[in-house]
Ligand binder design. Structure first.
Ligand code: CU
Length: 172
């Protein structure tokens, strides 16, 4: 009888110890990971800039495969002092860029295309010109999904993007 009890006590203490050891690893909730994987970015690209050009646009397709809307709220890149999210608006006969102060919504289960003449990410106060053929790292920050890293493929000056109806750059 006594013997049985001590075996039981030993088992209990083993379980408790195992529980203590496992505890510090229980961090990132699964929901965060699910949200992060709901955002998928395809064909991120940018256009080369000339010497002295202060800003450059970045374009891509952002898909949200999740069941909740997400929002692109900012970004960062080593080539730019800051990164803004812009849209184009008509001002009389002239199209002008405007910063989206509240970011860009990507509705649940849909895609938003960032392209020349429409929504785009703006690399502000470039530290160096963007050169065709180079890859430029860009971190995009989403309200739900958090930071998402992409590499912008820098295309030649006249490029309109891959397969978006604008044709490819004529040379190369
Ligand atoms: Cu812009």
């Amino acid at each position: 009888m006594i013997r049985t009890l001590s075996v039981a006590a030993a088992l209990v203490s083993t379980v408790v110890l195992a529980g203590c050891n496992a505890a510090p690893e229980a961090e990132a909730p699964a929901a965060t990971e699910a949200a992060a994987s709901a955002i998928a970015i395809t064909a991120p690209w940018s256009r080369e800039t000339s010497e002295g050009q202060k800003a450059g646009g970045a374009f891509m397709m952002i898909a949200n495969t999740g069941s909740a809307a997400d929002r692109l709220i900012g970004g960062a890149s080593p080539v730019a002092v800051r990164v803004e999210i812009h849209t184009m608006v008509m001002d009389g006969d002239v199209m002008r860029m405007r910063e989206l102060e509240d970011g860009l919504e990507v509705p649940a289960g849909s895609e938003v295309l960032l392209k020349p003449g429409s929504f785009h990410v703006m690399l502000m106060d470039l530290k160096e010109p963007l050169k065709a053929g180079k890859k430029v790292p860009l971190t995009l920050t989403f309200e739900g999904a958090g930071p998402v890293e992409v590499a912008l493929e820098v295309q030649s000056a006249g490029a309109m993007g891959h397969g978006m109806g604008g044709g490819h750059a004529g040379h190369e």
